[in-house]
Ligand binder design. Structure first.
Ligand code: TXA
Ligand code: MG
Length: 327
């Protein structure tokens, strides 16, 4: 049985809030990607997210709140964290901070870590849902574990069949890739996942930041293979190979492909990010046998796009080594 999708009207948001408070799962739009939400205070509801997604339980979730005040009830903010939140919230930035001991948050939401990932999303539907439910909402991206994140309500409906009570349709998401994750639980600050709040912007405010992949810095969910379409993905393509479709970037395309979708003809990284996951989905089908992608510049939002593309292209799944703090 598939979940019901409804336009995110004020009435539908009220119903969704009631469902959340009753322990049900609700998918909703944020400015980055669609999330699969549950009451973050309920262990049983949070457990249902892991089942619905087929997500390994060692991989913690992001807790969504309306604003900084709500976040401070759940996590320990220092001056540095407040400064960053004041600058970028609500918005596409997640902060990893120490959990407050008596926060009441589900332990499963942070997978037994003593930190919690927390974000105030800017999307009006997400904001309205958070305020109507009067609960922090734990929400990973609303896709099957390991697959491409959903940027439209229909993507959620295609992939998540069981256990979802309602999907709120707020149209395609504006940013299109998941939030930047910044770990402020230690020194120096560490970028765990690049996103629309860029490394350049964060460095300007904070000084040096440990980059993803440096040393032991990892988000438990950042497996090398992730965001994976079914077809093989080939990066920095400069020529056509038989059977491949092309994701093009910039004014010039490459000859010899039977199907071409443009991430951005004008070379606009924000436009490319917004198109990335939906276009990967559109090309991930027969008669194609692979998806080639033209080079994307490695700066600003381009870092986040290339990060997701590298994961989409990685076809090995390696044993994951999470950075757990000592008990
Ligand atoms: O844009 C987004 O962030 C979307 C929307 C729905 O908010 N959510 C999202 O959630 O992308 P998810 O679960 O797909 O990705 C969350 C990432 C995972 O890689 C997870 O390992 C990491 O955040 N994470 C969560 N809690 C963490 C923690 N305490 N320490 C380090 N990483 C954490
Ligand atoms: Mg995800």
């Amino acid at each position: 049985m598939s979940a019901t999708t409804v336009p995110a009207s004020p009435e539908a948001i009220e119903i969704a809030a009631r469902l959340l408070r009753a322990g049900e799962l609700v998918a909703f739009p944020t400015e980055t990607v669609y999330g699969l939400g549950a009451d973050a205070m309920s262990e049983r509801s949070v457990a249902a997210i892991f089942s619905a997604k087929g997500r390994p339980r060692f991989n913690p979730l992001i807790v969504h709140v309306p604003d900084l005040a709500a976040a401070e009830a759940l996590a320990e903010f220092d001056a540095r964290a407040r400064r960053i939140a004041a600058q970028f919230w609500p918005g596409p930035l997640t902060l990893v901070l120490r959990r407050r001991y008596h926060s009441g948050l589900s332990l499963l939401a942070s997978a037994g870590l003593d930190t919690v990932a927390i974000r105030a999303p800017a999307h009006p539907v997400a904001q309205a849902l958070l305020r109507a439910s009067r609960r922090p909402i734990a929400a990973p991206s609303a896709n099957r574990s390991g697959r491409v994140s959903p940027t439209e309500a229909a993507h959620v409906a295609e992939e998540l069949v069981d256990g979802v009570a309602l999907i709120l349709d707020g149209g395609p998401t504006a940013v299109g890739i998941e939030s930047t994750i910044l770990d402020l639980s230690g020194e120096p600050p560490a970028l765990l996942r690049p996103g629309a709040v860029t490394l350049e912007q964060l460095t300007e405010l904070l000084g040096p930041i440990a980059a993803p992949g440096s040393g032991s810095v990892k988000a438990p969910g950042m497996l090398p293979s992730h965001y994976a379409p079914s077809l093989p993905v080939r990066l920095a393509a400069t020529e056509a190979r038989p059977g491949e479709a092309l994701l093009a970037y910039g004014a010039d395309t490459l000859p010899g492909f039977s199907e071409v979708l443009w991430l951005s003809r004008s070379g606009d990284l924000a436009e490319a990010a917004a198109n990335l996951f939906a276009m990967l989905r559109r090309l991930d089908r027969p008669p194609f046998t692979g998806i080639a992608v033209m080079p994307i510049p490695e700066h600003g939002l381009g870092r986040a796009i290339n990060d997701r593309l590298r994961r989409a292209a990685a076809n090995i799944r390696v044993e994951f080594n999470s950075r757990r703090r000592s008990p």
